[in-house]
Design a protein around this ligand. Structure first.
Ligand code: FNR
Length: 346
């Protein structure tokens, strides 16, 4: 692996800075949502079913580990632990962007632990919106991936001095979707998506979208820490929170499968995202934090308790299974009500 490579160094810095800025109390719109409990739920807590169909895979739980890393030595170690954790929990897991592998094939062994430690699991390969369909296929082949994620990261690129400056992505995404044989999820990287962006993707044939909104990992902040010329952290003001993005997605829920991620910190956030229409909920910063700061055993205990708490919340709101969550009465606070009104989305 070339030692001084800029792209590999960037991966090291991303892992370090994401953990440095991680906070349990990050800004989250999820607090502006209330779910009402059911005093007569008519259910047995022990029979509550958390299994969730995520792109045809029966996931034990309604969440998955979203794209994080690959490319560096640190990534290899992290991906090994991440995949073991995903395998123990029985949930999907994604690689970080595989652009570095496509450019430097020697970095393959920083990604392959995701499959090696999780042979029967659901693994997603992650690429940028500018790779060719052929490159997308070689990323898929390396991991024998079950799905492909294509990331949209305009704000991140603009905050990076070495970032891309041309953003003609739609035709290319269309080609990849047409040529690749497995499901393709188009995802943001933590700045959310408007209804207009969601519709642009639907119109080119995209069937799966992860709106990945603002509230957790903030790449305007991370890239600004790496940028020694200008501080562009303020670009995150253009973002939509995860809840706002889910509001934007409401009119399209019958036309496209929506996944949610961005700032997921608690079991309540997961349940609320599902209530807002998510078919599965992605977690990056939180699992990164637990695997960086604690042992794999401790991280496993944390996520087992996290899952148990989802089950407790489901009992309280009278949901026997994940689909039942979608029927629970919901109340928005003033900010979210105001947002929906101004955007004319109920
Ligand atoms: C990411 N994310 C990301 N997304 C992507 O599609 N490709 C990538 O390579 C990366 N790289 C990456 C590195 C690190 C260190 C982090 C923490 C995150 C974005 C991630 O998948 C997710 O969309 C956002 O992080 C928002 O979710 P959280 O972190 O708030 O749970």
């Amino acid at each position: 692996m070339p030692k001084q490579d800029e792209q590999i160094q960037r991966k090291v810095e991303h892992l370090f800075l994401a953990e440095k800025y991680f906070t349990e109390e990050s800004f989250t719109d999820f607090d502006g949502i209330r779910l009402l409990h059911d005093a007569l739920p008519e259910l047995n807590y022990r029979n509550i079913d958390l299994t969730t169909n995520i792109l045809g895979y029966e996931s034990n739980l309604p969440f998955y580990f979203n794209a994080i890393t690959g490319g560096s030595k640190q990534s290899a170690r992290f991906n090994m632990e991440l995949s073991k954790l995903a395998s123990t929990l029985g949930i999907p897991v994604s690689s970080g962007s595989m652009g570095v592998y496509l450019r430097i094939p020697d970095t393959a062994d920083t990604f392959t632990p995701l499959r090696e430690n999780n042979p029967d699991g659901f693994v997603m390969a992650n690429v940028s919106a500018k790779v060719t369909p052929k490159q997308a296929k070689s990323a898929i082949d390396l991991l024998n991936a079950n799905a492909l994620q294509i990331h949209l990261n305009l704000i991140q690129e603009m905050a990076m001095p070495e970032g891309d400056r041309k953003f003609f992505w739609l035709d290319n995404i269309k080609k990849i979707v047409e040529e690749v044989k497995i499901p393709v999820i188009v995802k943001e990287v933590g700045f959310g998506m408007s209804n207009d962006s969601i519709n642009k993707l639907i119109n080119i044939g995209v069937k799966y979208i992860d709106i990945s909104g603002f509230g957790g990992t903030d790449f305007a902040q991370i890239e600004s820490a790496r940028n020694h010329e200008i501080d562009l952290t303020y670009l995150d003001q253009f973002s939509l929170s995860t809840v706002e993005s889910l509001i934007e997605a409401q009119p399209e829920l019958k036309r496209v499968t929506i996944f949610a991620s961005g700032g997921i910190r608690t079991p309540m956030d997961v349940v609320k995202a599902i209530r807002m229409g998510a078919s599965g909920v992605g977690i990056s910063g939180l699992v990164l934090h637990h695997l960086q700061k604690y042992s794999l055993e401790e991280a496993t205990l944390f996520f087992e308790s996290f899952a148990k708490q989802i089950q407790i919340i489901m009992a309280v709101i009278g949901a026997k299974n994940i689909d039942d969550i979608k029927k629970v009465p919901i109340i928005f606070d003033e900010n979210l009500t105001n947002y929906s009104k101004q955007r004319k989305i109920d």
